[in-house]
Design a protein around this ligand. Structure first.
Ligand code: GN1
Ligand code: MG
Length: 372
């Protein structure tokens, strides 16, 4: 069924006036649908959830409803003392009362309210922007910190457990497709070596969890800079979007993911790998914003693993892109066959830069955590 026909299934007043692909997601297909009545207009975000990635898309909707109900209530209760109007999208139901619509080909469609008069950016615009991104993630973690982590289902088992990606990578390495790529390319062999040198390190957060130093909480799962909405008028962060990966996990993966996406000024798809580096000024601004909201729930053990989380998630994302390249691009959407290899090289370069700047990053973290 055409996306235009699907838009009409959602319970929105007026007639569909236009529908355009939007966003830069690597997994789902996203459209902006505009509906008009004779006196107003409503815009919604419509998405086809990738059924290869999310085996149980109904669970995403269940999670979304629980999560947004909790956060909207809390935002409402705190609105008198907040310095801005915090927002979070909510589900737009179908005309038949369901939260989603399945088309005749089995496609899973759902719609969400649009966070309007706000924009998201692929890369950091300024230190102020970085600080706002930190505040939005801190506010999100603070709000969900009072929820039972088991109140949400695990929609993507293994998502952000680095050792599990390593195990999958090892499986893929054995396949003929991967072996061929390794034999024919020095570049691929260099990346294999890069992974080998960090094999032990890949377990650091899961070991800390097993040792009881870290605990499972609710996480966003994908808080990259482009998922943070900034008010067009005030420049303040207002919302975090793309809530499909919210689930129980370690908030460290979120903290690291926001920083690895924000502090690489060149962005995830740059052609100029030589320029990729981890920016300390942006890091400092983000961490200060984050801590303002997170100081109430971060433990001493949490603080101990913040540096490692930045290094680890960058390594993990590089590993995921690299593995997908070796597997023949079965997970992340690509426009050309080498794109996942290129994405992996960017993340590994960033990971090296994080390793080189370890001392400075730790200093920034310590000062922000100690309120200096
Ligand atoms: C994917 O589809 P998108 O762009 O929201 C991925 C994230 C990665 C991100 C990298 C479910 O997110 O884990 O960090 O690409 N999401 C999933 O850009 O795998
Ligand atoms: Mg996402």
């Amino acid at each position: 069924m055409k996306p235009v026909k699907i838009a009409e299934q959602f319970d929105v007043a007026g007639q569909l006036a236009s529908m355009q692909p939007t966003g830069s997601g690597n997994v789902n297909d996203t459209y902006l649908a505009v509906f008009r009545t004779h006196f107003s207009e409503e815009r919604i975000i419509m998405q086809r959830v990738n059924g290869h990635v999310f085996a149980q898309p109904e669970w995403i909707m269940e999670n979304l409803s629980i999560l947004t109900n909790h956060c909207h209530k809390q935002m409402q209760a705190e609105s008198g003392s907040a310095d801005r109007i915090w927002q979070l999208p909510r589900i737009v139901p179908c005309r038949n009362g369901q939260d989603y619509f399945r088309d005749e080909d089995g496609g899973f469609w759902r719609a969400l309210t649009l966070i309007a008069s706000a924009s998201s950016y692929e890369t950091a615009q300024s230190a102020e922007h970085a600080r706002e991104v930190g505040m939005v993630l801190g506010q999100f973690h603070r709000m969900v910190s009072t929820m039972n982590p088991l109140s949400l289902r695990d929609t993507l088992p293994g998502f952000h457990e680095t050792p599990k990606y390593l195990a999958k990578y090892d499986e893929v390495l054995k396949t003929p497709t991967a072996q061929e790529l390794i034999e024919s390319s020095l570049e691929v062999r260099t990346l294999v070596k890069f992974v080998e040198e960090r094999r032990e390190f890949a377990h650091i957060l899961e070991n800390a969890l097993a040792a009881g130093e870290l605990k499972t909480r609710l996480i966003h799962g994908d808080p990259k800079v482009s998922n943070i909405m900034i008010d067009d008028d005030t420049g303040k962060g207002t919302a975090i979007i793309d809530l499909d990966t919210a689930k129980p996990g370690l908030i460290h993966y979120d903290f690291g993911d926001a920083l690895r996406s924000l502090c690489n000024r060149e962005g995830e798809e740059t052609k100029d790998i030589g320029k990729v580096a981890f920016d300390l000024d942006l890091c400092e601004a983000f961490v200060r914003g984050y801590i303002e909201f997170a100081k109430g729930f971060l433990t001493e053990n949490d603080k101990k693993y913040l540096y490692d989380s930045i290094r680890l998630i960058t390594f993990e994302l590089g590993l995921r892109f690299f593995q997908d390249h070796l597997a023949g691009n079965v997970y992340f959407k690509v426009k050309q066959p080498e794109q996942n290899l290129h994405r992996a090289k960017i993340q590994f370069k960033l990971c090296e830069s994080i390793e080189t700047r370890k001392r400075q990053i730790k200093e920034v973290l310590a000062q922000a955590c100690n309120g200096q």
